[in-house]
Design a protein around this ligand. Structure first.
Ligand SMILES: [Zn+2]
Length: 269
């Protein structure tokens, strides 16, 4: 790829504070500028993730979201402003990211991420940040990312709590190694019904952006893999729980690949 193999004077200045970081440097900056990161949801998690990824100079940021901006989103979805109410979230997001960093290409998908389009949208991205707000999408992101071999960050928030983990397909534990199936609907707490503090979404979304940057910069050894990080903002406690990859996992185990192929091809008909 001939694109972005050298840093311009402006780029050296813009990214100087991260180029100075010994684990990153100029070479990693070029890797960031050549990389493609897909964000599912321009909401509470996707907003801080997208802003930090664009600020860091990720070459292409993809954003999937079918919704329009509502007044009740603004308490946590910091990509959007009061003037954006009624606009498509993807359009509002693209505008903000270009204002922050005109170098970044933003690819927008104003559609629901579902089994009929997921593989087509995700193909060609280097990393996925899952900022979705429902279990159906979280399991789909897991299965599609594993099917296509794309590393991703899972994130979830509710009330004053958050959790996140990073998955390297077929190398580390996946979301289904942790939770085999979505919970029954009556057990599900979501932001709409249960509430969430915006700053909690900011913390988890920012960790997800950090993981994406580390991955594309080649800092794989310190990723949040085979571990679930939980955050309790009420007690201000972080815990890490070890997660083992299961050989019989329905997401990443031996029988999972064929089942996924069947499911995606039958959904596409
Ligand atoms: Zn698994």
């Amino acid at each position: 790829m001939a694109k972005n193999t050298r840093l311009s004077t402006d780029q050296i200045e813009r990214y100087s504070r991260q180029i100075l970081v010994p684990d990153l440097g100029g070479k990693s900056q070029i890797h960031l500028m050549q990389s493609r990161v897909l964000i599912i949801g321009a909401g509470g998690l996707g907003s801080p993730a997208a802003l930090y990824l664009a600020a860091a100079g990720i070459g292409t940021v993809g954003i999937v979201d079918p919704d329009s901006v509502e007044l009740s989103n603004l308490q946590r979805q910091i990509l959007h402003a009061t003037r954006d109410i009624g606009r498509a979230k993807t359009e509002s997001a693209a505008e903000k990211l270009h204002e922050l960093n005109p170098d970044v290409e933003v690819e927008t998908y104003p559609v629901r991420f579902e089994s009929s389009n997921a593989a087509e949208i995700a193909a060609g991205y280097d990393f996925i940040v899952d900022g979705s707000d429902n279990f159906e999408t979280k399991f789909l992101v897991n299965d599609v990312a594993i099917g296509l071999g794309i590393a991703f960050s899972h994130g979830g928030i509710v009330r004053l709590q958050g959790q996140t983990m990073t998955v390297l397909p077929r190398k580390t534990a996946c979301y289904r190694c942790l939770f085999d199936m979505p919970p029954p609907p009556e057990e599900i707490l979501n932001c709409q019904q249960s509430g969430v503090l915006g700053a909690v979404a900011g913390t988890i979304g920012t960790i997800q952006a950090t993981e994406a940057i580390k991955y594309v910069a080649g800092l794989e050894d310190g990723l949040l893999t085979d571990r679930l990080l939980t955050y309790d903002a009420r007690l201000m406690k972080f815990h890490t729980v070890e997660i083992n990859r299961r050989s019989q996992c329905s997401g990443c185990g031996q029988k999972a690949a064929l089942a996924l192929q069947d499911r995606l091809s039958s959904d596409r008909v």
